[in-house]
Design a protein around this ligand. Structure first.
Ligand code: ADP
Ligand code: ZN
Ligand code: ZN
Length: 753
């Protein structure tokens, strides 16, 4: 073969053809990396997609400069998978390349393992009595004692029950201890010298190497779980995809563990996908307990070096048998994948929003071709529809483990209470009463508000002026702890003005409630409570997130305020009250999925209440208690919810009956994007008729100084999609030939969430 089609990390459609120098000809192969020249004086690491003998016409073909691999870094199935994603989601293959491959494999730099120094308690002090001896010993060295206690608290040694503590809950680096406790290297070294602490080196990327696998630790399933397990196995005989619809805390995870072990026994691999924010240390530990070093973990908070290492391992003779990962783990190489599990399959974060490719990990994972299990308490409408219509298998698990009851949900009419001036800010009297009682009984409470920051906007009381972002068409969110205004679209921050620039008044007030303000007010109301807040602002680092969770589950905090983050993957035992502060904010989103998302969010948040012990209580505050959806949440009536939703979707031509493609246009000049979108709409209507809607301004019509327009395509499910994509590409191409539109950006969102 004389030519190679090469995938390059550039935002252009298609592959690029290069000549293969003679000396490389018997060494090149699909999926290998090559160094190639591109454009003026640039070089890229590309991936060979195809070898062939067709000399390209009309231009001078350049030659491959270097072959970087002896073995492919992509398996044959993966190349096909990349091309499928590029086609289906209408994204250049180069963007798929950028998203899929860890950066370390894209650059020429070789990967060098890096090590980090960790600290732990020495063997001798891993039990309560000797620990006390140690603390007494340090009584005269207060700085060392302080550092030692800080270590115990950080690593969670102190939360372990009984007095034999074998392992810390969290591994702590020396660096981290120094940062958090403001101790010094000298002091830590003194503790090491005394034989209390010891250091150990861990290769970054080896952090999650567990010990020996322990299949004997797999929990025995109860009758209902066993029945579900059997049904799943049976379902896989007929269907590639099966949906496990199981209420929260029914033991879905225990069933997954059994299914994983079954694959391992057959020498097949398993990919276990979770939403990024549900991927907690607790979950990793649950799997690691059983699968030990056969388990690898892969997600975006890992360093690139770690991801390179896992990638290489998956290509080696000794790959991880189980990968627990977030969305991007679908891109890992698997040599003998037998099963994919997608937990919390309804989660919208499985869809990548920005940048391209805007792929859905659920749909993509199914394309990997292995048996696929979708698990959730609240199936995505599409998934349930596919199950109901026989495309997927359906298995249901209706009872919680050990018969723990689902929570009681009480609806509170906040409009009425506001009218009667009975609300204390965002809190109804009944919610405060329940929270108070829970705290008095030594139980915990969660308050859910899906807005971070202090207030969604700042407003001048005199003239109504509202500060907006200079670059985006949105009002700014007020963050009081950081004393600034922030744009949640572009990240720009601004000073809070002392006086209104419009009228000079000093009366500027935050309007509405974000989690920060909720936290502030709740601290006033319950000064005794140990309050914590969990949102994007308090969980910038992975450790901060884990710490909030461990603190809450260990009872160090007892009142947790948070955004949707709190609804995921947490198994809290002592939560007896959950407050949903403002259901309306979720219902009033300008999106055809608003009700679907609202139902799922409320059902999931409610599921946090009463997992063990007494029956949980949920207070659902809303201005529209009469809404059928609210009643469906109260009765946990997924069936009626589903029925209502699909009727509406059918009537208004939405998924699962129609497929949607959003076409976005962006340009720095509003007039340009305006005429361009009208023109594109006209072109598309020639082919698609009234399947085309718009153009419209999206609810945020300018982001990062670019004006945006949106066209919507509603297509029949059976439609010839390759043809549709061809027409879309053609229309775009014709448009971009017009000089006025030279810098116009056009992109697509296929199956928007
Ligand atoms: P889900 O994934 O459906 O939310 P989990 O698997 O997390 O449910 O189960 C909830 C709790 O019940 C967990 O603490 C789990 O360990 C426990 N549990 C579930 N099934 C069993 C079982 N068969 N034996 C022992 N414990 C179980
Ligand atoms: Zn003003
Ligand atoms: Zn902005």
């Amino acid at each position: 073969m004389n030519f190679a089609d090469v995938i390059l990390p550039v935002p252009l459609d298609g592959c690029f053809t290069y000549a293969i120098p003679t000396e490389m000809q018997n060494r090149v192969g699909d999926g290998m990396r090559v160094l190639v020249p591109f454009g003026r004086g640039k070089h890229y690491v590309g991936i060979i997609s195809k070898l062939h003998d067709q000399k390209p016409q009309g231009y001078q073909v350049k030659a491959i400069e270097a072959l970087l691999d002896e073995q492919p870094v992509l398996l044959p199935g993966q190349l096909k998978f990349w091309h499928w994603i590029a086609d289906y989601y209408m994204s250049p293959i180069g963007e798929v390349y950028k998203a899929a491959l860890p950066a370390g494999l894209k650059a020429e730099e070789g990967y060098k393992p890096r090590t980090e120094t960790f600290i732990r308690l020495t063997e001798n002090y891993r039990n309560e009595p000797t620990l006390h001896v140690a603390l007494n010993m340090l009584a005269r060295a207060p700085k060392q004692q302080e550092a030692f206690i800080a270590y115990l608290s950080l690593s969670r040694w102190d939360t372990i029950e009984g007095n034999v503590c074998r392992e810390p809950v969290l591994e702590i680096t020396r660096e981290e201890l120094m940062n958090v406790s403001e101790t010094t290297l000298t002091i830590i070294n003194q503790l090491v010298k005394r034989g209390l602490l010891e250091t150990y080196e861990v290769e970054v990327g080896r952090l999650n190497h567990g010990g020996e696998p322990h299949p004997d630790r797999i929990k025995k399933l109860n009758a209902a779980q066993q029945e579900a397990y059997n049904q799943i196995i049976f379902s896989f005989l007929q269907k590639q995809v099966t949906l496990l619809h199981g209420v929260t805390s029914s033991g879905k995870t225990e069933i997954y563990i059994h299914l994983i072990q079954r694959e391992l026994d057959e020498h097949r691999q398993v990919l276990f996908l979770m939403p990024e924010i549900a991927l907690t240390v607790q979950m990793m530990q649950r799997l690691q307990r059983v699968f030990g070093k056969r388990l690898g973990i892969y997600h975006s908070k890992y360093s690139d070096a770690e991801r390179v290492e896992i990638w290489q391992k998956q290509l080696s003779k000794n790959p991880y048998d189980v990968i627990l990962g977030a969305r991007s783990a679908v891109f890992l190489p698997f040599q003998r994948l037998g099963l994919v599990i997608i937990d919390e399959e309804h989660e919208t974060s499985y869809k990548q929003q920005d940048p391209m490719p805007r792929y859905h990990a659920r749909s993509a994972a199914i394309m990997l071709g292995a048996k696929t299990l979708l698990g959730t308490a609240t199936p995505a409408l599409e998934s349930y529809y596919n199950a109901k219509t026989g495309k997927y298998g359906l298995v249901e698990l209706k009872e919680r483990y050990q018969g723990i009851e689902l929570p009681e949900i009480q609806v509170v009419d906040t409009r009425d209470l506001q009218h009667r001036k009975m609300m204390s800010g965002p809190f109804s009297p009944i919610l405060l009463k329940y929270v108070r009682e829970a705290l008095e009984r030594g139980e915990q409470a969660i308050l859910f508000q899906n807005r971070r920051g202090w207030a969604p906007m700042l407003e001048c009381k005199q003239c109504g002026w509202v500060p907006r972002c200079e670059h985006c068409d949105v009002s700014l969110t007020m963050h009081r702890s950081m004393n600034q205004l922030t744009c949640h679209y572009c990240g720009m921050t601004y000073q809070i003005p002392a006086v209104c620039p419009a009228c000079g008044s000093k009366e500027l007030q935050g309007r509405g409630y974000g989690t920060e303000k909720i936290e502030d007010q709740i601290r006033d109301i319950f000064p005794e409570a140990r309050v914590a807040r969990m949102d994007l602002d308090t969980t910038r680092t992975r450790n901060a997130y884990e710490r909030l969770i461990t603190d809450f589950s260990a009872g160090r905090t007892n009142l947790l305020i948070g955004t949707q983050m709190i609804s995921k993957g947490l198994d809290f035992d002592k939560v007896s009250v959950v407050g949903i502060l403002n259901a309306d904010a979720m219902l009033n989103q300008p999106d055809f999925r608003a009700y679907e998302h609202a139902f799922m969010m409320m059902a999931q948040v409610s599921g946090r209440a009463g997992r063990k012990g007494r029956r949980g209580l949920v207070v659902l505050q809303t201005k529209s208690p009469e809404l059928p959806l609210i009643q469906q949440v109260v009765r946990n009536d997924y069936q009626t919810f589903y029925q209502n939703m699909v009727e509406e979707r059918l009537a208004f031509h939405y998924p699962p009956y129609y497929r949607l493609i959003y076409v976005y246009l962006k340009h720095s000049k509003d007039e340009v994007v305006n005429t361009a979108s009208i023109e594109l709409g006209t072109r598309l209507r020639q082919w698609f008729g009234d399947r085309v809607l718009g153009p419209d301004k999206p609810s945020v019509a300018r982001v990062k100084t670019l004006s945006i327009r949106k066209l919507v395509l509603k297509l029949e499910v059976g439609i010839d999609m390759p043809r549709v994509r061809k027409y879309l590409a053609l229309a775009q191409q014709q448009m971009l030939q017009d000089k006025r539109y030279a810098s116009l950006q056009v992109y697509y969102d296929v199956d928007p969430q």
